[in-house]
Design a protein around this ligand. Sequence first.
Ligand SMILES: Cc1cc2nc3c(=O)[nH]c(=O)nc-3n(C[C@H](O)[C@H](O)[C@H](O)COP(=O)(O)OP(=O)(O)OC[C@H]3O[C@@H](n4cnc5c(N)ncnc54)[C@H](O)[C@@H]3O)c2cc1C
Length: 365
Amino acid sequence: MSHTDCIIIGSGIAGLTTALRLREAGFSVTVLEREQLGREASWAGGGILCPLYAWRYPEPVMRLAAAGMARYPSLIEELRCKQTTDPEFYKSGLLIVDPIQTPHEAAQITAWATHYQYPHQWQAAEAHFSHLPHQKALWLPDINTVRNPRLLHALMAAVRQAGVRLLEHQPAQKLLIQNNRILGVQSDNTTHSAERVIITAGAWSGGLVPGLSPAQIFPVRGQMIRFEPAPAPGLHTILMDQGIYLIPRQDGSVVVGSTVEHVGFDKRTTEEAIAHLHRKAVALWPNLARNAIAQQWSGLRPSTQDEIPYIGAHPEIEGLWVAAGFYRNGLAMGPAVAEILTNLITGRPAIMDLTDYRLDRPALF
Ligand SMILES: Cc1cc2nc3c(=O)[nH]c(=O)nc-3n(C[C@H](O)[C@H](O)[C@H](O)COP(=O)(O)OP(=O)(O)OC[C@H]3O[C@@H](n4cnc5c(N)ncnc54)[C@H](O)[C@@H]3O)c2cc1C
């Protein structure tokens, strides 16, 4: 039997950033990962640090994403000081070719950008890139991107340096609970005892949290491709149209995503989806026609019925906390989620009103 102050279940962006903050707060921390460390949704994602068509989301999603986005520069600086892998964080900007789908949408966009103080400009799409159609595009020059597999690497190195125990191939199989108080976690043949357990298990969280059902947090598959770097002229901003986005990496390769598929816990990639992404990508940035596909993959976004994550203390079990259901925006939200959890656990003031994220909010279905 091993003992630690806090056990975190899951080593995605939510688990690793929380491990860093809890360790900083003075707790001993163990992270249990059922598979390889940091290889699920947080690895598979695109790394755009802003929700896509952000103004279409419920307000609690926009708010949490904004809080996460605001915390990135200091997180990246912290990782840089620890001399970890370079997460390739940079201000790529985001050009949305088709931002307006309804008569009221331009006003909604202006309200969103003004409220969160994001510089935004309306531009003729073809003025930005001459091959694009003649329509009113939205340019968000301050949006950042991160190369998320590298970010996870950097976070793993940082938490290890800080003294966190990272255990892979250690699935949490059972929460140990007595008299409505958490005592630890059972994993294979090992009992991990702890006064505090935090579930950050992504799409798998629904099956772990007492009282939440797998129907309340469920997987939504996203397939992606990455084009090999090609000769200039390269792409230097994120380009988005009709739900498909192109993300330039700093080595000149271009990541294209993504599909939105309700196929359960199935992470296979399909030829149809790859062909679809390829066709859309070349239509949006014709130079890509010359580039080979270097990689294809998929990941399981942890979704909820109202697209709002669950964050907070378990309403009935003392010592149990949950942060899951970040759907398409968990990378953007991560640093804020870690701070929210740490403040809850240490009793510090909350950075925002958390009512909308509570676990016992009414389910929609
Ligand atoms: C294709 C795609 C593109 C995306 N693009 C973006 C983007 O551009 N920007 C953005 O902000 N977000 C994006 N997202 C969403 C983002 O990746 C997720 O919201 C986020 O990664 C969720 O993080 P997480 O830590 O909650 O889950 P995960 O990263 O899935 O981590 C959960 C971890 O828990 C582990 N686990 C599960 N059960 C157990 C158990 N019983 N015991 C131990 N460990 C367990 C899993 O193995 C996993 O490693 C994208 C997602 C996908 C799939």
